[in-house]
Design a binder for this molecule. Structure first.
Ligand code: UT7
Length: 331
């Protein structure tokens, strides 16, 4: 008998209605559509404008879409892992609130904060729970309201990020489809290059931190760019070698969507044909924990049972990794 694998059996997504285009950004900072498009591939981002709504709102919407699509009773969910860098509140689990709003009364829930790698790391956790046979239905949600931590006067960051959410369901698969292998890494010295300085235990919020704009994302874009390309391509190649997979045998690459040039450079290093590389950054920008499930939701119709998919991500920390999954169903 095959060992039980953790397969993705359903996907859902949500992005807010309001759109922030490159043209609109031209009115806000010294930038232009041509620069943003050619340097990042981004044309627009979705923004959750309602000041009374937090990240949970989008996570709930994405999960509701998934549950409705597959007619799943929320009471059958065992666990919700909520990946986010922008929880509703610094304390009080956002996942717990999401579970209760969904009516997942037999589930427990928690948050994972690993910036842009949050969803990939959450997939890792979910798959091991399923393989161990401890839980049977695990919702992994990636959601971020990046607009809540972006300085719309800083052109180095405000052109990149957007808001959104995606959700996937992991269930046991006895045919052998699902998560096959992964390699995950971190380098904590990288936090110097991509961070929010204040609001944590090292530098709690004060009038001074607010006045100094220390509650917004700051990054050294060039360093992050180089590290993202070298680490995502190296770890993906390592994972391919470990599983004796050639680039030709891979059906799809699902990379974190931070910059189209990062994605193209990574794919080139791996020798992957362009049509296998899934990109939707033009519509959403970088939605941090939501990029991978938003790609899954947008391209779900393309996937066939058995397709070999490589996921890879890189983010603040630094955090990065790659995961190899075979698709479990025909849409
Ligand atoms: O998920 C992880 C999170 N973050 C990332 O992965 C981001 C990684 N980094 C990047 O995507 C890129 O570094 C950026 C998109 C942030 C910047 O692109 P770049 O090609 O690295 O630009 P740069 O910082 O090297 O700047 C090139 C030029 C500079 O002008 P000079 O010095 O050549 O005259 C900048 O001042 O472009 C200028 N510039 C801009 N111009 C128009 C920088 N930002 C902008 C802008 N609009 N928004």
């Amino acid at each position: 008998m095959n060992k039980i694998k953790a397969a993705i059996t359903a996907v859902g997504s949500y992005v807010p209605e309001d759109v922030l285009t490159n043209k609109m950004l031209e009115q806000m900072v010294d930038t232009n559509d041509e620069w943003i498009t050619s340097r990042t591939g981004i044309k627009q981002r979705h923004i959750l404008k309602d000041p009374n709504k937090g990240t949970s709102y989008m996570g709930i919407k994405a999960a509701e879409e998934l549950l409705q699509k597959k007619n799943i009773d929320p009471k059958t969910i065992d666990l919700i892992i909520f990946a986010t860098a922008t929880p509703d509140m610094p304390v009080a689990s956002t996942g717990a609130y999401v579970a209760t709003q969904l009516g997942a009364t037999n589930a427990f829930a928690y948050d994972i904060q690993s910036a842009c790698s949050g969803f990939l790391y959450a997939m890792s956790t979910a798959s091991v729970y399923i393989e161990s046979n401890r839980y049977k239905k695990i919702l992994v949600i990636g959601a971020d309201k990046m607009s809540s931590i972006i300085n719309y006067k800083d052109r180095a960051t405000c052109i990149i990020f957007g808001d959104g959410a995606g959700a996937v369901l992991f269930e046991p698969n006895e045919e052998g489809f699902g998560v096959q292998d992964e390699i995950m890494r971190v380098d904590g010295s990288g936090r110097e290059y991509l961070k929010i300085k204040a609001g944590g235990s090292m530098l709690p919020a004060s009038a001074e931190t607010v006045n100094n704009n220390f509650h917004y994302v700051e990054q050294d874009g060039r360093t992050v760019f180089k590290k993202a390309v070298s680490n995502m391509s190296a770890i993906s190649q390592q994972l391919l070698d470990k599983n004796q997979l050639s680039a030709d045998q891979v059906d799809w690459l699902i990379p974190h969507q931070a910059n189209k040039r990062i994605i193209n450079a990574t794919a080139k290093q791996l020798g992957l044909a362009e049509e296998k590389v899934l990109i939707n950054i033009e519509k959403y920008g970088n939605t941090t924990s939501a990029t991978l499930p938003l790609v899954l939701a947008d391209f779900e119709q393309k996937f066939k049972k058995g397709d070999k998919i490589i996921f890879t991500s890189f983010g603040a920390g630094f955090t990065w990794g790659a995961s190899y999954l075979t698709w479990g169903y025909n849409a």
